[in-house]
Design a protein around this ligand. Structure first.
Ligand SMILES: NC(=O)c1ccc[n+]([C@@H]2O[C@H](COP(=O)([O-])OP(=O)(O)OC[C@H]3O[C@@H](n4cnc5c(N)ncnc54)[C@H](OP(=O)(O)O)[C@@H]3O)[C@@H](O)[C@H]2O)c1
Length: 299
């Protein structure tokens, strides 16, 4: 297939690109940085200069491709609209990357939630995540416009990226801060629980979805879960540091930004990829983020 991607220089997109190239597909990807474009070409992906704001370019690329995979930004509505306009009536696949903070709460690290969501569980997003949920809905509804539209919704992703970007933001970000300060910190008490998934298992979902997901499908990508306290304890063991420390929410928000402190690091997000397994036959191979941290997290 001739596939147009966004985000192939990134963590998720680079890993998907590696796998799709190995499967024999031809890839073009949007690239906003000329130097990275050169590296991407050497990697085997044809760079297309531009940004997510270049709607006409995205629509034209969608028209000429056999499929589009959007991994650059879960929240960029304009890019999604442009792709769907280009794909309408074609029944070609469009795979979009959402993120499981759509079910996040306002725990600020201090509560372990008992709420677990699969793809069919109704939920009301917190105000900060409504726009993302509306984008996901618009994409799923595009099945009525003749698009084989699919949303993949990963949880906290761990593992080393197989493309130009090795690191994800969450776990390596905490580890970098810990190395610099000598202390591992979790937002609040760190009791909040996140599901997680290995980046190579995430890439397999896109491969399967490309081949057989029905129009309008939605899939959580998850294979395990841990509290932030347990994640931080594993980082502390890996870096040979002391017990993880409380990071008061207001202090964390100053450094990480309010949104990131609340929803990326301070919330609960417990999901189950029920349809990912039953509809796609996905069989993840990696089952423990904390084991990965203790043995493989790059130092
Ligand atoms: N990593 C996770 O655990 C996770 C889990 C769930 C959802 N998500 C979501 O998935 C998306 C991708 O995550 P990631 O971890 O792969 O991030 P990443 O490593 O930062 O990669 C983002 C990619 O998108 C490109 N990009 C960003 N904005 C762009 C723009 N305006 N125009 C063109 N290209 C643009 C970046 O290009 P450059 O190389 O030029 O920066 C890069 O290739 C994010 O929205 C994230 O919130 C991530």
């Amino acid at each position: 297939m001739n596939i147009f991607m966004t985000g192939a220089t990134g963590f998720i997109g680079g890993t998907i690109a590696r796998r799709l190239l190995d499967d024999g597909h031809s890839l073009r990807s949007l690239v906003r940085d000329a130097e990275k474009g050169g590296k991407l070409a050497a990697f085997g992906v044809e760079p297309v200069a531009g940004s997510l704001d270049d709607a006409a370019l995205l629509t034209a690329e969608a028209r000429r491709a056999d499929a589009v995979i959007n991994t650059a930004n879960s929240d960029h509505r304009g890019a999604v609209v442009a792709f769907l306009d280009g794909l309408a009536g074609s029944n070609k696949p469009f795979i979009h990357t959402s993120g499981s903070s759509i079910v996040a709460d306002d725990a600020h690290g201090d509560v372990a939630s008992g709420k677990i969501y699969d793809e069919d569980t109704p939920f009301e997003p917190v105000p900060g995540k409504k726009a993302r949920v509306e984008i996901d809905r618009m994409i799923r509804d595009a099945r009525q416009r003749g698009v084989r539209s699919i949303v993949v919704c990963p949880t906290m992703i761990y593992g080393n990226g197989l493309g130009l970007a090795r690191d994800s933001a969450q776990i390596p970000g905490l580890a970098k801060r810990a190395k610099a300060s000598g202390v591992v910190r979790h937002v609040g008490k760190g009791l909040n629980i996140w599901s997680n998934v290995h980046v190579e298992d995430v890439a397999d979902i896109y491969r399967l979805a490309l081949a057989k997901a029905p129009a309008g499908a939605f899939y959580f990508a998850e294979n395990g879960e841990a509290s932030y306290r347990d994640v931080c304890a594993a980082i502390a063991r890996r870096l040979k540091l002391g017990e993880p420390q409380v990071w008061p929410f207001e202090e964390a928000a100053k450094e990480l930004g309010e949104n990131s402190a609340a929803y990326t690091f301070g919330s609960n997000s417990r999901v189950r990829g029920k349809r990912t397994r039953s509809e796609l036959g996905w069989q993840p191979k990696h089952a423990s983020a904390t084991a990965w941290i203790e043995t493989e997290l790059p130092l």
